[in-house]
Design a protein. Structure first.
Length: 274
């Protein structure tokens, strides 16, 4: 087997895929990078002079909610200018076809940009939350919010340049809870560094992985846990795993297929062409 997706690999994979009843897509930052979404990981992953690991924490939010909200407001505004790419659309179209045949498709994503849903995917599990949801720090109410800007005080704020001045927005003008009688500060509904994934999300993820008979790994480096362990565990169980990535990952050798290149180019022919 070639690790660069030969025609024989494609034929074998498509044959196996045609017999599946429950397919799971595991997607990471590489899937959204083709849409122009910054990852804020690794070299060059700075916003102003800060690393994401410095801002995406509960301590940072408690210390300077204005700064953290500027960072997340910037990320929201960037995503709102982007569109799903061919990989997102191929996954959504494949799901639609499978459902019509009485089969199942689930997307388990580490991304927080919502592009799978925008493309039309219905069964999406967001492991790390969403940029377009907020959670009240007092009552815990979770709300979807796609306003641009999320509050007037953040209009025009969040410039990423190194010399940009922090806005220092009063806490009363930051996003607030809409629950009657609450009106407390809300935070982005994302999993920050040092926080555990939500129990209900993990429970649903385990349920989906237990039922799947084919796994497609799209644009993930397979280094962030627990998601990095999902596909190797499936492979150990005998479930065929196909990796669509720009590079081989630490887990590549455990997988049955590897299709090298941008997922927006490699995935649509595999999923949609007869």
């Amino acid at each position: 087997m070639s690790f660069h997706g030969s025609k024989s690999d494609s034929a074998e994979f498509k044959s196996l895929l045609s017999k599946t009843r429950n397919v799971v897509f595991l997607t990471g930052a590489g899937c959204s990078a083709e849409s122009g979404i910054p990852t804020f990981r690794g070299a060059g992953g700075l916003w102003r002079k800060y690393k994401a690991t410095e801002l995406a924490t509960l301590d940072a939010f408690n210390t300077n909610p204005s700064l953290v909200w500027e960072f997340y407001s910037y990320r929201r505004e960037v995503v709102l200018t982007k569109k799903p790419n061919d990989a997102h659309h191929a996954i959504a179209e494949f799901e639609k076809r499978m459902v019509k045949e009485g089969r199942e498709v689930h997307v388990i994503t580490q991304n927080v940009d919502g592009l799978h849903q925008t493309a039309g995917s219905k069964n999406v599990i967001e492991l790390h939350g969403s940029l377009f949801k907020t959670r009240c720090v007092k009552c815990g109410k979770i709300e979807e919010n796609r306003q641009s800007p999320i509050v007037p005080a953040l209009a025009g704020k969040g410039e990423p340049q190194l010399d940009a001045v922090d806005a220092k927005i009063p806490v009363e003008e930051l996003p607030r809870c809409s629950q009657p009688g609450c009106d407390s500060l809300v935070r982005p509904h994302v999993v920050w560094f040092g926080e555990a994934l939500e129990y209900k999300v993990l429970e649903k993820t385990d349920e989906v992985l237990e039922a799947c008979d084919m796994c497609l790994l799209i644009g993930t480096s397979s280094v962030v846990y627990p998601a990095a362990g999902f596909a190797p565990s499936l492979a150990d169980r005998g479930v065929p795993v196909a990796e669509f990535n720009l590079e081989e990952t630490p887990a590549t050798g455990a997988f049955r297929f590897h299709f090298h290149g941008p997922a927006g180019q490699t995935l649509p022919p595999i999923l949609l062409e007869e």
